[in-house]
Design a protein around this ligand. Sequence first.
Ligand code: 7PM
Length: 272
Amino acid sequence: MHPVYEHDKNTPLIMGILNITPDSFSDGSRYNSVESAFIRATKMSQNGVDIFDVGGESTRPGAAEVSAADEIKRVVPVIQRIKNLGHTISIDTSKPEVMEAAVDAGATLINDVRALREKGAIEMAAKLQVPVCLMHMQGQPRSMQQRPSYQDVVTDVMAFLDSRAKECESHGIERGLISIDPGFGFGKTLKHNLELLSRFEQFTHLGLPVLAGLSRKSMLGEITSKPVEERLAASLSVAHIAMQRGADIIRVHDVAETNDLRQVHKAIADIS
Ligand code: 7PM
């Protein structure tokens, strides 16, 4: 059984972020980006990770467009390399060709910040019959932070996710395969993000597993005035808030620290 559907409610799953930046701090060979991802994955495995989220950068806000072929060249060797660590592998992509290659290589979850709205994506996910995580984003990565606007951010984001889940079902992706994510930072002001976190529990009312991705995000920089490398404490704080409000999956960079937090969360939750 896939871990997304069997975890204990007091023990949310930890999704560890494995960004595959091609050859940025290496000699430019593929070997180094694969091996550095493998080393990071091994540490995450020792530190309590449940799911590896493998991303080839194409979904990062402001990131340059990457072709499907290049994205496949980045992620597939990493998936093959980390597969026998024994954890679920998620592919962070919006492109159907990448979904297919990644699942063929061993990924068993599709994490799409565009909620399968790209051409051919929903059909591909239906064909592959793996769990999908649908994330909300307003606008496009390049321009989404220019003027985010909602009537009521929680109601609007929930309506979007509910409608995408129904669209998935109508394409043959059964409801049991679907998770949702409000998409912190994707076309949202600080106030919108705080509202989404404060009222996070409402997302659980759709009856689908809910993912929270808050780790090191700029909203934490806005609150603490700290640069990205100094946002660990703030990240743990919001991860704990999300857990208390019912998050099923927490997507993070810092797996060991989040695992400590999860143990504290479980210890407290188990007494009542
Ligand atoms: C720059 C800005 C680099 C933002 C990376 C990011 C999420 C995700 C991302 C999320 C799900 C990051 C983001 N965020 N997938 N992919 N949920 N499901 O901070 O919140 O990692 S990319």
